[in-house]
Design a protein around this ligand. Structure first.
Ligand code: ZN
Length: 132
């Protein structure tokens, strides 16, 4: 009986995400299809705004429930930035959204990714220059 929630979670996870192989480094990637709020997010938004609204109610009255829109906006931003963060490949910096729009920018992003890696880990840059 304890296995049940785990199975449904895996099922949902597979449905919500898209699996593909990074065209640059061939790592298997798993990316959420769209930056939309999930039902869980909506529940969190409602609960958070109810709590905040309840807290602010004695101070500002009925208008306190306007925090709902603030909370909603904050969640939208968080979900979108999460989505953007997961698009570039964590192994080679390849960004599929940029590749569709502008290949040159996508290439530059990969170059920047490796430049940053070299700054973070100088020993890697030494090895790379020796190879080159
Ligand atoms: Zn990659």
């Amino acid at each position: 009986m304890k296995k049940r929630p785990l199975e449904t979670r895996v099922y949902k996870y597979k449905n919500k995400n898209r699996n593909f192989f990074c065209p640059l480094c061939r790592t298997e990637r798993n990316v959420q299809v769209s930056p939309k709020l999930t039902k869980k997010n909506v529940r969190q938004i409602s609960l958070t705004s109810l709590m905040l609204g309840g807290l602010l109610f004695p101070v500002v009255g009925v208008e306190s429930f306007c925090v709902f829109f603030l909370v909603w906006g904050a969640f939208e931003l968080a979900v979108r930035s999460d989505y953007k963060k997961q698009v570039p490949c964590p192994h080679c910096g390849f960004d599929a959204t940029w590749y569709k729009r502008d290949v040159k920018v996508a290439r530059q992003k990969v170059a920047e990714f490796w430049a940053q890696k070299q700054v973070a880990n100088p020993s890697v840059s030494e090895a790379a220059t020796k190879q080159a």
